[in-house]
Design a protein around this ligand. Structure first.
Ligand code: SF4
Ligand code: SF4
Length: 184
């Protein structure tokens, strides 16, 4: 009886010591994370460069558009509004206005892909928030505005994304928090 109680107590103590050891190891590993440089991208002072094929706000060139409406047919929600009239003398469609509502657009890029004259293109612009949802309905003038380039903005620090970094570099901050450094 006495021995079985003793064994039970010893087992219990061993398990308690093991558990304490696990907690201690966990603490050490967690504390070690404090030595690492944070990977936070400090928006809006730091911004990540969107990748080459980023699907941001659509850019539209009025002069190139032939009012074929392909962009409307391939759009999952038939979104672009193409207003045109037939010029009988020229036997040609004349584009009157063109608009896309970015409150509804899902930025899939189908319209850009299928436009026969390449008058639509995707930009790297993603800061499109407004207070009034009607302001998201971009007409041809708003759509033809050149995108604001993150790279050309001298007030912010730009951070390269993972795909544009060289081999073994995992993170784009200028003070080089990469695989080679972290192993030092
Ligand atoms: S990006 Fe997609 S959802 Fe937006 S207008 Fe083009 S086809 Fe339509
Ligand atoms: S597919 Fe291109 S050319 Fe045709 S209506 Fe749309 S934007 Fe214009």
């Amino acid at each position: 009886m006495f021995f079985s109680k003793m064994t039970e107590f010893m087992n219990y103590s061993q398990q308690a010591i093991q558990a304490a050891r696990y907690i201690g190891q966990g603490f050490i590993v967690t504390l070690d994370h404090m030595n690492r440089l944070p990977m936070t991208i400090q928006y809006p002072y730091e911004k990540l460069i969107p990748s080459e094929r980023f699907r941001g706000r659509i850019h539209f060139e009025f002069d190139k558009c032939i009012a074929c409406e392909v962009c409307v047919r391939v759009c999952p929600i038939n979104l672009p509004v193409v207003d045109w009239e037939l010029r009988k003398t020229m036997k040609k469609k004349q584009l009157k206005s063109y608009s896309i509502d970015f409150g509804i657009c899902i930025f899939c890029g189908n319209c850009v892909e299928y436009c026969p004259t390449n008058c639509l293109s995707m930009t790297e612009e993603y800061e499109l928030s407004t207070y009034d949802r009607h302001e998201l309905n971009y007409d041809q003038i708003a759509l033809s505005r050149l995108p604001i380039s993150i790279v050309e903005d001298s007030t912010i620090e730009i951070i390269s994304n993972l795909t544009s970094l060289s081999k073994r570099v995992m993170e784009g901050h200028s003070n080089s928090r990469n695989v080679t450094n972290s192993s030092n």
